[in-house]
Write a protein that binds this ligand. Structure first.
Ligand code: GLA
Length: 412
């Protein structure tokens, strides 16, 4: 996929080697450390110092709703993190405190807790199938807004998984951790999501976007050369994947594939469909299924286009792909909402913005904008001053940098 060849699961570095000093996540890291001590004390006299793992939120530049169709996407990690401080226990209990809202839970490997604890328990359960992870005391703190379409749940999963592996001294490749967390999300939380979020949160690198082929699970770091910034516009409309039409869209795509296969078309997923094939079978699909398929087919084309443009610093072209992606998600895939459309309109009408689109599952959440680096501050101020009126009272905007994926933190 690039000059040095594709990154495959086998070639991936084991996660435990990624100990990187970090100064950008001091807030959640410190809160997690303090939260662990406050909730559970110092631990036994011979207890090791707590370990801290962090995992970022993500935005997706192009490639919406392609991942569960074996397709392509182009996410990057933002410099907002979930931090998990962890200490091993002598038994198999997991005690966990969510420091940001002061809730504590305790569960055994046999328990099946609800709510936010379900993410923690699901990751522990999946990891326990193949590794000897221990019981643990955990404290979680975050500055990734939740329900904002920025993958806060994948960030919790990856940070918890990384912390549990770390205290047990177990090393597995980051791709395996991402896949374990993906299974945890699907089995533990019931969202039929693809691998986008967990791979982005696990594998992104600073100053790069991740070109991800969800069929082969190969990926490539696309270095972002040139001075560009990222703005996130949170609509303030909470998006809950499990409650939204997300699983309906998964069904509709499966139905489109089944219908085409019934007509003798030899495909496994919408990844195998191109515009010509779709046109040749106009009439076989209902209007709704045609729209869904058209989005996925054209969105994969836009990811190829944006990846090429990003790597050559042609940000105008990336922006065009983002705007076309938003239109397709709004009109053909029907996963946008008025607030997201308003956020995209506001951003794209602002000087210095190359393009914008909704990111994440949709039905609320956030929009992402690609902005000329020189104009970033001005664009942020302009959008901030208009966002409450044009998008919604709870809407917010923040700038972020393309950052690295899950890792351990050394802050001494
Ligand atoms: C959510 C899901 C992902 C992906 C996106 C849409 O974030 O978790 O798997 O489908 O929506 O691209």
């Amino acid at each position: 996929m690039n000059e040095s060849g594709p990154n495959t699961v086998e070639e991936t570095e084991p996660v435990a080697t990624e100990e990187i000093a970090l100064d950008t996540a001091t807030g959640p890291v410190e809160r997690a450390r303090t939260g662990l001590q406050t909730a559970f004390g110092d631990g036994s006299a011979d207890a090791p110092a707590p370990l801290v793992a962090i995992a970022p939120g993500r935005v997706n530049l192009v490639g919406g709703h392609t991942d569960y169709n074996d397709g392509l996407c182009l996410p990057l990690a933002v410099d907002r993190h979930v931090a998990v401080a962890a200490r091993p226990r002598d038994d198999d209990l997991i005690r966990v405190v969510a420091t940001d809202f002061g809730e504590t839970a305790t569960f055994t490997p046999d328990d099946d807790p609800d709510g936010w604890v379900a993410y923690v328990a699901a990751v522990a359960r999946v990891l326990r199938e193949d590794t000897d992870i221990l019981g643990a005391d955990l404290a979680i703190a975050s500055d990734v807004p939740s329900g904002a379409g920025l993958s806060s749940s994948a960030a919790i999963e990856l940070a918890v998984g990384r912390a549990l592996l770390g205290i047990a001294g177990v090393e597995i490749p980051t791709t395996d951790l991402a896949l374990a967390c993906w299974r945890a999300e699907r089995e533990g939380v019931g969202v039929e999501c693809g691998i986008l979020d967990q791979f982005a949160v696990g594998l992104c690198k600073p100053d790069s976007a991740l070109f991800l082929d969800c069929r082969t699970r190969e990926f490539e770091q696309v270095h972002i050369s040139g001075d560009v910034g990222i703005l996130v516009v949170e609509t303030g409309v909470s998006h809950e994947l499990a409650d939204s039409g997300y699983n309906d869209r998964v069904r509709e795509c499966e139905e489109a594939v089944a219908t085409l296969r019934d007509r003798g078309v030899d495909i496994d997923s919408l990844r195998d469909v191109d515009t010509d094939l779709l046109e040749a079978h106009t009439g076989a699909l209902s209007d709704v299924l045609s729209q869904r398929a058209r989005h996925v087919v054209t969105e994969n084309e836009r990811v190829w286009e944006a990846r090429e443009a990003l790597s050559t610093g042609d940000f105008d072209r990336v922006g065009e792909a983002m705007v076309a992606s938003h239109r397709s998600l709004r009109d053909d895939y029907e996963v946008s909402c008025p607030e997201l459309d308003a956020a995209v309109e506001l951003a794209t009408g602002t000087d210095g913005v190359y393009g914008a689109r909704m990111t994440g599952g949709g039905f609320g959440g956030s929009a992402v904008a690609l902005v000329d680096g020189d104009a970033l501050e001005r664009a942020e101020t302009t959008i901030r001053s208009a966002v409450a009126e044009q998008v919604g009272e709870d809407a917010q905007v923040f700038a972020c940098r393309p950052s690295g994926g899950v890792r351990l933190v050394t802050t001494e």
